[in-house]
Write a protein that binds this ligand. Structure first.
Ligand SMILES: Cc1cc2nc3c(=O)[nH]c(=O)nc-3n(C[C@H](O)[C@H](O)[C@H](O)COP(=O)(O)OP(=O)(O)OC[C@H]3O[C@@H](n4cnc5c(N)ncnc54)[C@H](O)[C@@H]3O)c2cc1C
Length: 378
């Protein structure tokens, strides 16, 4: 039987960073993971610079490739917008390696990692008692970093209020000629699927290719993925592993803290609504939860209050603006195309600045769009 001051459930980026930050002082911290590490995680593995720069340590060992340019393709014109920056806009990681590196950093700080340990029950009657496949574990602070399906949030009584979208991601090995051609750039193809986009992210010797749909309209992702391969000019696939998964692109509406329990990362619904990029907000929210616990080790309610206030000030507003843009972008293709034709390059520059962490989503974007296009229905 284990007992910790803090238990973090889930060894993804949010959990690893929460454990890392919470262990800065004298608190004992346990990081529970249902799988054996390193574990595969379905993900494009595109780590944008705003996430990378938040990390307090070097992660070069886990980066397969870095790109200083981005390409965003639209079929309807057809148009391609390119942006470039001096620092890498996007670093390509395989999540087993990347997440394992983050967990290693937490372990170096004294965090106890318990692998092959699935949380299946929670009891709040005395201290927090977790029922796990490795026996009961007691704690004062509980951090749910257990991803999109978050069993911990369910067990703790949260309702499902996030918007979840389906995505298909494939690890694809192609002929050398195709790999050399496609690994020159990292690209997004907005018209690869209705109400969504496709991506082609080059890794060390293969491509992570996928499609995601931002509207739950029961499309066959597999069919669009196959079409996307053709669009990319891939005629022969040597080896392929495909994984379907969901991404939460709106935050929960019933809070992120209650009874000593914090929700972070995908468990909270913090992937970006416009891009579905989730790693950087997973890192941010993990760091924030770990820090408030470290700062208020005797008072979970105060830590929880501080966590929610800081989320409100720094993240939730951003997600709201991004959610508004996401609605226009994926649900209003005619309006989107009009805006893209007029302001596409400018919008891609802004998005790139956001990826770099140099800028936030423009606060007055609704007003600005309305000024440019007065007949808008909102
Ligand atoms: C197809 C796809 C492509 C994506 N591409 C990108 C991308 O290119 N860039 C980007 O930034 N984001 C991307 N995302 C989003 C990103 O993967 C997530 O936002 C991010 O992984 C969230 O991190 P997390 O730490 O919250 O959760 P996760 O990384 O999901 O980690 C949760 C952990 O909890 C463990 N766990 C679950 N249940 C239990 C339990 N009961 N007990 C113990 N442990 C448990 C899991 O095994 C897992 O290790 C993509 C997502 C998908 C689905």
């Amino acid at each position: 039987m284990y007992s910790f001051d803090v238990v973090v459930v889930g060894a993804g980026p949010s959990g690893a960073l929460a454990a890392y930050e919470a262990s800065a002082g004298n608190l004992s911290v346990g990081l529970l993971e249902k799988k054996l590490l390193p574990r595969y995680k379905t993900c494009g593995g595109g780590l944008v610079y705003r996430g990378k720069r938040r990390l307090p340590f070097d992660i070069s060992d886990a980066v397969s490739r870095s790109y200083h340019e981005l390409a965003v393709y639209f079929d309807h014109a057809p148009i391609c917008f390119n942006t470039s920056r001096h620092l890498p806009i996007i670093s390509m990681v395989m999540r087993d390696k990347f997440d394992h590196l983050l967990v290693g950093k937490a372990t170096e700080r004294g965090v106890t990692v318990v692998e092959d340990c699935t949380v299946v029950g929670i009891d709040y009657s005395d201290r927090i008692r977790l029922t796990t496949t490795q026996g009961d574990i007691f704690t004062r602070f509980l951090v749910a970093a257990d991803g999109v399906y978050s069993p911990v949030a369910k067990l703790a009584g949260w309702a499902e209020t996030r918007k979840l979208i389906p995505a298909l991601e494939c690890e694809v090995f192609v002929a050398e000629e195709d790999f050399l051609r496609l690994s020159r750039e990292t690209r997004f193809d907005v018209d690869a699927i209705p109400n969504g986009y496709g991506w082609c992210f080059p890794k060390e010797s293969h491509l992570s290719i996928g499609v995601g749909c931002f509207k739950n309209n029961k499309l066959s992702l597999k069919t669009y993925y196959r079409e996307y391969l053709r669009k990319l000019g891939i005629h022969e696939v040597l080896k392929e592993e495909s994984h379907g998964f969901q991404i939460p692109i709106s935050p929960r509406t019933d809070g992120f803290y209650r009874s000593g329990t914090f929700l972070i990362g995908d468990a909270a619904g913090f992937a970006d609504p416009l891009t579905a990029e989730g790693i950087s907000n997973a890192i941010y929210s993990g760091q924030l939860a770990g820090k408030v616990i470290y700062q208020h080790p005797e008072d979970a309610e105060l830590a929880g209050h501080s966590y929610e206030m800081q989320l409100k000030d720094h993240l939730l507003h951003e997600l709201k603006i991004s959610g508004f843009l996401s609605q226009i972008f994926y649900e209003n293709p005619r309006l989107r195309n009009l805006l893209v034709e007029r302001y596409g390059q400018r919008a891609c520059e802004i998005l790139t600045d956001i990826f770099m962490g140099d800028r936030k989503f423009p606060k007055d974007i609704r007003k600005k769009i309305k000024e440019k296009i007065p007949f808008l229905p909102f």
